[in-house]
Design a protein around this ligand. Structure first.
Ligand code: PHE
Length: 358
């Protein structure tokens, strides 16, 4: 019995000293395993007489339970300590500066389309779209282009191979065919803008074979030239964010509008630097007019009943003016350094907050 007390003290000491789970398991095996010391003593019970066996058996069972319990308790303690040490070691320092995450930039064309859509959206326009590959009817004929008009020339426009039925297809030279498609499928009142890609066979400082236009179209029974002027004055002032920006409407000619006008905005060119505003000089930015009765008729509407206005402008041009981008060709170079410089963060929409609502 005394030796059992000594064994108990020794095993308890070993349990307390076990510094990790592996050491603790060694203690368990040495005491309770198949060849363990308590197990070994259990095996000697068979050779004892019955009184001694009962007494010794009870004492050994108690010892076995006590040691097993001590091992369990130590195990829990060691696991907790290990977890605390891990939590301590792996703690995140929230005061560290965040690693920069790379983010893309919005191309100035996309940004400009978002901005002008927001402004015209405030005026009740919705966005309409049409295909880049147009047929002769939508791009020219319905828009009142006479048969020999220079824009129909192979040198000025990109034609695709003729269709099987012999009809011609062209990369749209302007967004005006979207007017035609809208009038053919919708009943007035119509109030749309159509931003999108356009194509002409041109390449120099101020012309690229692909560029973007935004078309506007209003058709109803009462819209007149005063509405056209008011709408464009409002748009230009909101877009360029200049409240007193002067606009000048100059008589002009387009086959699809009558009367037609080109619009200039106020600027100054002092010292070779272009500045927008009320400074006495003028800069042309867009074309517009009252939709020609022939166009309205070609689109299946009665020109005696319906009238309205249309306008079209180059998106690169107004983006260059607003954001001080000097060379048109750089829009299409796909140079990341240029995009990082002139591009916009997502959701960076000045006109949403500074547009017409101001
Ligand atoms: N489609 C014309 C162009 O490309 C612009 C325009 C559109 C003019 C609508 C008047 C009315 O030059």
């Amino acid at each position: 019995m005394d030796s059992l007390e000594a064994l108990k003290a020794e095993l308890n000491g070993a349990v307390a000293e076990a510094g990790d789970l592996a050491a603790l398991d060694e203690v368990r095996v040495s005491a309770l395993g198949k060849k363990g010391r308590i197990t070994g003593l259990m095996k000697t019970l068979g050779g004892m007489d019955s009184d001694q066996r009962r007494e010794m058996g009870q004492a050994l069972n108690v010892l076995k339970d006590e040691i097993a319990e001590a091992i369990e308790a130590r195990k829990t303690g060691l696991q907790r300590a290990a977890l605390s040490a891990r939590l301590e070691a792996e703690r995140v320092d929230v005061t560290m500066p965040a690693r920069p995450s790379p983010s893309g930039r919005l191309h100035p064309i996309s940004q400009t389309i978002d901005e002008l859509t927001a402004i015209f959206g405030d005026m009740g326009f919705r966005v309409a779209e049409g295909p880049d590959i147009e047929d002769d009817f939508h791009n020219f004929t319905a828009l009142n282009f006479p048969p020999g008009h220079p824009a129909r020339d192979m040198h000025d426009s990109f034609y695709l191979p003729d269709r099987a039925d012999g009809s011609k297809t062209v990369l749209r030279t302007h967004t005006s065919p979207v007017q035609v498609r809208t009038m053919l499928t919708e009943k007035p009142p119509i109030r749309i803008i159509a931003p999108g890609r356009t194509y002409r066979s041109d390449y120099d400082m101020t012309h690229t074979p692909v560029f973007h236009q935004v078309e506007g179209l209003v058709i109803d029974e009462a819209t007149h030239m005063g509405h056209l002027k008011g709408c464009l004055i409002e748009f230009c002032r909101a877009f360029f964010d200049i409240d007193d920006l002067p606009l000048r409407f100059r008589p002009s000619f387009f086959p699809f509008t009558e009367p037609s006008a080109e619009v200039d905005i106020g600027c100054s060119r002092k010292g070779g630097e272009l500045k927008l505003g009320n400074h006495g000089d003028w800069l042309e930015i867009l074309g517009c007019g009252m939709v020609h009765p022939n166009v309205i008729r070609n689109c299946g509407l009665d020109p005696e009943r319906y009238q309205g206005f249309a306008f079209g402008m180059g998106i690169e041009r107004i983006a260059m003016l607003k954001y001080g981008i000097p060379d048109l060709r750089t829009f299409f170079d796909a140079d990341l350094r240029w995009l990082r410089h002139y591009g916009f963060a997502a959701l960076d929409m000045p006109s949403m907050t500074h547009g017409l609502t101001r």
